[in-house]
Design a protein around this ligand. Structure first.
Ligand SMILES: [Zn+2]
Length: 149
């Protein structure tokens, strides 16, 4: 499930926030990405959004079952589940759009400095945040769904 979808968007060069070393990121700014690969970026962002939303959706279903004293808190696919998935997919798409916007701003800068990054940089490491969040949701889901009734 936790495939790293490399959309490849970002500054070509990065500067390490702790030691200052400049290195090639293997990423490209939006303007340097061919049209077909931009399409891929959009498609992958949609898929990724749904995957990110899956875990909080499962959690919401199990919490709903807990609150309503439903005996089955495991996997009743319902409108709540799809609403939560939709909301998270939308949020991921918004974040991905902001990344494209910021990429455009960087490309327009007259003297582009290598972006200063640590592992906590959300633009470079968005998938790490998503995976961490999903892991927490999954653990909580398992806890709630399989709690002794
Ligand atoms: Zn370093």
């Amino acid at each position: 499930m936790w495939i790293k979808f490399t959309t490849g968007l970002g500054p070509a060069q990065l500067r390490c926030a702790s030691c200052g070393t400049v290195f090639d990121s293997g990423l490209r700014e939006w303007g340097a990405i061919p049209v077909l690969e931009r399409f891929r970026y959009v498609v992958l962002s949609c898929i990724y959004g749904v995957l990110v939303g899956l875990f909080p959706a499962l959690l919401s279903v199990s919490l709903f079952g807990l609150v309503t004293h439903n005996t089955d808190r495991t996997f009743p696919p319902n409108s709540l589940m799809f609403t939560v998935i939709g909301l998270w997919a939308f949020l991921v798409l918004v974040l991905q759009a902001v990344r494209v916007f910021l990429s455009g701003l960087r490309s327009e800068a007259s003297n582009p400095e290598p972006m200063l990054v640590s592992r906590w940089n959300w633009q470079i490491n968005l998938h790490s945040y998503a995976q961490g969040f999903d892991l927490v949701c999954l653990l909580l889901y398992l806890l709630v769904a399989f709690l002794p009734k």
